[in-house]
Write a protein that binds this ligand. Structure first.
Ligand code: 1GP
Length: 252
């Protein structure tokens, strides 16, 4: 375990109202040519972080993808693991996720016990994260694989109480996610309800496909916006979304 450099930046962003943009790379879906393009565009666009992970990584590409990105750019690499096999020392940090919207004990604490000895001696920065899955209009991979019910997309009060409970339990941040490829992203009203009730950083992702929605989420109170699918389909969006997110910071 290492110092809290990345989390310190998350907290500073939260405190100052600065907005951060993270590009999600799923090692399984990413073709190598495409990855290079995404890395170059991310560098140009001032992307703050890469989140690396997927609900089902079957190709054992994780180490390779991390190594390739590290060789090409200094953007911090943060593991966003779909399960306890998606661990690697090559990343800078890991979101140590507890799926607090669900009632699957393995994803609340079981997998964490299994991963703890590896993480304890790893150089990774460990960032405990309350992961809240919100219904995204379709059955997403994370919903199926986690065997949990997502919070209904119009139940802002349930999301709010879940996030507050997560903060009270000592989790360092909340990740509000409609799931990768969601057809309905998390609503601004839910983001606003959650953001105004917690004092820890709020990450929002799932189904964001336009700069306008990314900007609206940041204005509603998201501190870090995550986009994966839309960027894989159209890497040119990286710059547009990065500008849209960073423009919501107070100094702009
Ligand atoms: C999924 O929040 C991430 O867990 C990103 O979702 O791939 O739909 O952008 P997308």
């Amino acid at each position: 375990m290492t110092d809290n450099n990345i989390y310190t930046d998350f907290s500073a962003a939260k405190l100052s109202g600065s907005k951060r943009f993270a590009v999600l790379i799923d090692p399984d879906k990413m073709r190598l040519g495409n990855m290079q393009n995404i890395i170059e565009k991310s560098l140009e666009a001032g992307v703050d972080y890469f989140f690396i992970g997927g609900s089902l990584v079957v190709n054992d590409m994780l180490d390779h993808v991390l190594k390739s990105i590290k060789e090409l750019c200094p953007i911090p690499l943060i593991l966003f693991p779909g399960n306890s096999f998606q661990l690697s020392y090559r990343a800078d940090a890991i979101l140590f996720l507890s799926l607090i919207s669900g009632r699957n004990p393995e994803l609340l604490i079981g997998n964490h016990v299994v991963a703890a000895p590896f993480l304890k001696i790893s150089p990774l920065e460990i960032i405990s994260t309350g992961y809240i899955l919100v219904h995204g209009g379709i059955m997403t991979s994370v919903q199926y694989m986690s065997n949990t019910y997502p919070i209904p997309s119009n139940k802002d009060d349930i999301a709010l109480c879940t996030a507050v409970a997560g903060e009270m339990l000592g989790l360092k941040q909340i990740y509000l996610d409609a799931g990768s490829g969601a057809s309905i992203p998390v609503s601004e009203s839910m983001i606003s309800a959650v953001s105004s009730s917690i004092s820890i950083p709020l990450i929002v992702g799932g189904g964001i496909s336009t700069p306008e929605k990314a900007a609206a989420n940041a204005r509603a109170g998201a501190d870090i916006i995550v986009v994966g699918n839309a960027i894989e389909k159209s890497p040119a969006l990286i710059k547009e979304i990065s500008i849209a997110v960073h423009e919501q910071s107070p100094s702009k």
